[in-house]
Design a protein around this ligand. Structure first.
Ligand code: SF4
Length: 264
């Protein structure tokens, strides 16, 4: 057994990791009783969506409905409703890691690291007009968000057309927890949908479209308010109007609607 236990489990308010998770949720942090880094190349080998990062050294991966970041001697994971749910998750995670350690001789480790896209290379692809139609303050802010995975190229109407299109949908269990994602290919030659001020699907205003994009990316009302430099109360009103126009009752369904209409 590589990791005999854990300590110092605590919960804090979750931020960007609460994608598609309705209601209150928390981020769990805990210390590992042993160095988990020997397992990182094996996690990279067996998990489809693992990101093995160099600085700081960690592996990020979805596991049983949560998103986990494993550092050599500690880990964070989200989202959880409370401490009990988080503790049960940590127990299952450690069993998985120890089982992986037991099986490692039959696996081929993968040492390839995930490297974020360079911000300035992305910036060079943009018109640099700072028109803010993407919902961000500037082209540079948009390039930075793209680089860390916090924005999608489709948010900028002037970004080059993709060579290949894919839509990703959240898959949830009966308790409404995110368990997986489903990727559907939309074809090699399909041009991206036309977007711009004239197009307002479901009658959304330009501002409501901006709010929906950020909401679908997992931002809270307060985070959206900070991003768009308007008050949280105004965002609350926009969200109510968005739900009415889309005919949905929660943020998850609004996010799925946004994915289906290529707004992400
Ligand atoms: S919409 Fe495109 S051009 Fe306009 S600010 Fe955003 S990234 Fe720059």
């Amino acid at each position: 057994m590589l990791i005999p236990g854990y300590s110092d489990l605590s919960l804090a308010r979750a931020g960007a990791m609460t994608h598609f998770h309705p209601g209150p949720s928390r981020c769990a942090r805990f210390r590992l009783a042993a160095d988990a880094s020997p397992l990182f190349p094996y996690l990279n080998a067996v998990l489809d969506h693992a990101l093995y990062r160099e600085k700081p050294e960690c592996v990020q991966f979805p596991f049983e409905g949560a998103f986990c970041t494993l550092y050599p001697e500690e880990a964070v994971a989200a989202p959880f409703a409370g401490l009990q749910e988080a503790a049960a998750f940590v127990g299952r995670l450690l069993r998985f890691l120890n089982d992986l350690h037991r099986r490692r001789s039959s696996l081929r480790p993968v040492y390839r690291r995930f490297r974020p896209l360079p911000v300035f290379d992305l910036y060079k692809l943009l018109p640099q007009s700072n028109c803010r139609r993407c919902g961000l303050q500037s082209c540079l802010a948009f390039a930075a968000a793209l680089s860390r995975g916090g924005a999608s190229p489709g948010q900028c109407p002037d970004f080059a057309a993709p060579l290949y299109c894919q839509a990703v949908y959240p898959v949830r269990d009966r308790q409404n927890r995110l368990v997986s994602t489903l990727a559907i290919d939309l074809g090699h030659d399909q041009p991206p949908p036309e977007r711009g001020p004239a197009e307002t699907p479901a009658g959304l205003t330009r501002r409501e479209t901006q709010v929906l994009r950020l909401l679908a990316g997992g931002a809270t009302n307060v985070e959206i308010a900070e991003e768009l430099a308007i008050s949280p109360n105004t965002i609350k009103i926009h969200v109510t109007h968005i739900f009415d126009k889309l005919g949905v009752g929660d943020r998850t369904r609004a996010a799925v609607w946004a994915a289906r209409h290529h707004l992400l």
